[in-house]
Design a protein around this ligand. Sequence first.
Ligand code: TXA
Ligand code: MG
Length: 320
Amino acid sequence: MAQIGKDIDLAKSFLEQGQLVGIPTETVYGLAGNALNPESVALIFETKNRPAFDPLILHTSSMDRVSDFVTEFPEKLLTLAEYVWPGPLTLLLPRKSIVPDLVTSGLDRVAVRVPKHPLTLALLETLDFPLAAPSANPFGYISPTSPAHVNAQLGEKIPYILDGGPCEVGLESTIVGMEGAEIVIYRLGGLEIAEIEKLVGPVKIKDHSSSNPQAPGLLESHYSPRKPFVLGNLKDLIGEHLEKKTDFAVLSFSDYYAEVSTGNQIALSPNKNLHEAAKNLFAAMRKLDEGKADLILAELLPEEGLGRAINDRLKRAAVK
Ligand code: TXA
Ligand code: MG
């Protein structure tokens, strides 16, 4: 198992040796390595069992440092970055050649972000290279929102996890880029669309599917528990499965069901708060996946604000 602690110098020394470290961010935990060292980057892909066609996000401590890695910073994206960073926003920008091909999977743009977590920002400040960091889960599984989640799955493969507590936002960053004059959202995430539109006007949301080579990581089946994950009307589903005598668990937005045992159900936010629901989502999916039930019944949330990104994750979890 990996060592877990708050020692930035230790994390730094592992990273300088080319090793990987679990790092906290406001969205989810990342599996970080030196983005300018192709061997470290290759180790990230190997450790996550991630296909090489799925590019990585480059993390830095400030907007000033981003210019070391990109050739252009369109004004509208600059406006967004100034307002949101550090925060749950990733920008796709034309890359400089200093960024290894492996980081971008050979694409012309590199994904960059300044994460909002004091420990990780302090770590990035002391390093003289940026960190490449995908979510710290095996490819296709649920993203980690605590050090224990990282340790449970990657602990055998990495020496250290920087302990920043539970993630505040709980959903991955929103990925934004430009196509011509148009602002395009490639992944719904922890930054709401309304926030973006308030700052830079209307955006286009790209349909993410496995046939979309622009965002190869956004495969249909993703964020998936091992157990079958069934979406629908919970009242109906519960009735149906009680009748069939299935051993099931329930993931709801706010309601508890008297006919289901307490240990077998989680409500994401009893007060129907979408921020709270986002923060709890991945931990709840993991907990039910690790429980004894044979399948998980779940429902979509209101399709507004963070509910859109939450529903995106729920739908991908349900794809087999
Ligand atoms: O919140 C986050 O973004 C977290 C934390 C750790 O920062 N990271 C994260 O990384 O979610 P990952 O690797 O799990 O997801 C990154 C997504 C992938 O779907 C990938 O395809 C897309 O970003 N991506 C990265 N670089 C890209 C590029 N150059 N062009 C298009 N898509 C890109
Ligand atoms: Mg991921």
